[in-house]
Write a protein that binds this ligand. Structure first.
Ligand SMILES: Cc1cc2nc3c(=O)[nH]c(=O)nc-3n(C[C@H](O)[C@H](O)[C@H](O)COP(=O)(O)OP(=O)(O)OC[C@H]3O[C@@H](n4cnc5c(N)ncnc54)[C@H](O)[C@@H]3O)c2cc1C
Length: 411
């Protein structure tokens, strides 16, 4: 499976004041790196997504693209414009590249934000080098959109905490070396009784309950924790702070899901434009048909809007706007919904060729679907946005009043 790579960049958007020189440099260098590593994206069909994901993680780490996950090592902290651009470019190149990068960032960031110096020293250098893979495990069969319903228990015993329960739909379930687990320790009802733990995958009592094959293959599955004893030093942050750890992380990363959607959508637009230019039909080019022009224009409008909303959300977070969470949700819902429409339109432009298994449009069609569900379904994002509107003063708009959604239980 090989395919030509375009750059995945929109240099006009990169030139806008949302971005600084360091972002432009990162984008160009990462796009060049992706173009030079076509072997990583040209996987033999027999290779499992687990093995491929691990290889890509290792390559990303060796090349230094994950260095920002270990700030103590002198690497520049990962601002969110950089993380979003990285996801855009990697998603353009390959679904698993975006997956490897994003899950590693998702699982290391809570350690960067809430870990003590021992935890940071233990995990971050090897996560930044790609040698240690992480997962971030909140969801359960009965606790998806509603984090406050988490039921996996962590009981305080004489020599630590005893974890019992299950986690569902966990990215990297089968390959992670360390799981960041949100568990119920009590001390308060619902969201108040949750605590985050760092649980090495080799801990007795932890096992992969089931590998779950997905529409776009990757390491994914359900985990079981059975009388799994971890020391008190495994608590990430403070006991009772688990809900804050989880929502803070999700608020930061939702915009990056929008960024991945932009990457997939840009690939779809490039592929549709190429097809429309090359395909001969009715004595001319497909591109010359007005309805096709209209479809391509609609795709381009949606792509531009999405890219700008993602850039704005990341800019708000990087500039310390306490109300950035609303923009993160706006970027996610707008870009992921638009990407679904853009990819569908790209399949239409290709006709039957767009439905052939493993063609670019067919792959994008499968790869883009999960983005509207994970890290908060579109409906949940709309509730967060509406809640922020409900808190806004009726006259004028103030930055402080746009508010954070940290009090919501949904994601
Ligand atoms: C590819 C992928 C990767 C994932 N990776 C992880 C991971 O690494 N770690 C992890 O913890 N979880 C992960 N998840 C799980 C994901 O976070 C949940 O699937 C998501 O939160 C939705 O929960 P659910 O599937 O239980 O759906 P439910 O909560 O049952 O919701 C089903 C549907 O109901 C609707 N809905 C939900 N709430 C509302 C509402 N308030 N108002 C209106 N409609 C609503 C939405 O349409 C939603 O899609 C992953 C999921 C996917 C698909």
């Amino acid at each position: 499976m090989t395919y030509a790579l375009f750059s995945g960049l929109d240099e006009d958007i990169l030139a806008l004041p949302f971005y600084e020189e360091q972002h432009r440099t990162l984008a160009v260098e990462l796009a060049e790196w992706c173009a030079g590593h076509a072997d990583l994206w040209s996987r033999p069909l027999e290779q499992t997504p687990e093995k491929a994901g691990r290889e890509i993680l290792s390559a990303l780490g060796s090349a230094g693209w994950l260095g920002f996950l270990d700030p103590a090592n002198g690497s520049a902290a990962g601002d969110h414009r950089s993380i979003c651009l990285a996801r855009e470019i990697l998603a353009y190149a390959d679904d698993l590249a975006d997956f490897a990068f994003s899950i590693q960032a998702l699982s290391a960031t809570p350690i960067v934000q809430y870990g003590n110096s021992e935890q940071q020293l233990e995990y971050l250098p090897r996560m930044a080098s790609g040698e240690t893979a992480g997962s971030f495990a909140i969801s359960e069969k009965e606790a998806g959109s509603d984090i406050s319903a988490v039921g996996l228990t962590a009981d305080l015993v004489s020599d630590g905490y005893l974890l019992n329960g299950r986690k569902a739909w966990i990215a990297n379930a089968g390959i992670a070396d360390v799981h960041c687990v949100i568990a119920r320790t009590g001390g308060g009802p619902g969201a108040l009784g949750l605590t985050a733990f760092l649980v090495p995958a080799r801990t007795p009592g932890v096992r992969v309950l089931e590998e779950v094959p997905l529409i776009a293959p990757r390491s994914f599955g359900h985990l079981a924790f059975e009388d799994c004893l971890v020391p008190e030093s495994s608590v990430l942050g403070r006991p009772g702070q688990g809900f804050v750890v989880a929502t803070d992380l999700l608020e930061r990363f939702r915009m990056t899901v929008g960024a991945a959607a932009v990457g997939f959508a840009r690939r779809a637009v490039d592929s549709a434009v190429q097809q429309a230019r090359e395909r001969r039909i009715h004595g001319g080019r497909l591109m010359d048909l007005q309805l096709v022009k209209g479809a391509l224009a609609d795709m381009e409008v949606k792509l531009n809007a999405s890219a700008l909303l993602v850039a704005r959300a990341a800019w708000e977070l990087d500039h310390g706007n306490p109300g950035y969470a609303k923009h993160s949700s706006i970027a996610k819902v707008a870009a992921t919904e638009a990407a679904q429409e853009i990819v569908d339109a790209a399949v239409q432009v290709h006709g039957a060729a767009g439905l052939v298994a493993d063609s670019v449009p067919e792959r994008l069609y499968r790869q883009v679907r999960s983005l509207r569900i994970y890290e908060g379904a579109s409906e949940v994002q709309k509730l967060i946005i509406a809640d922020a509107l409900g808190r806004r003063p009726l006259v004028g708009r103030s930055r402080a009043a746009s508010g954070s959604s940290a009090s919501r239980v949904e994601r």
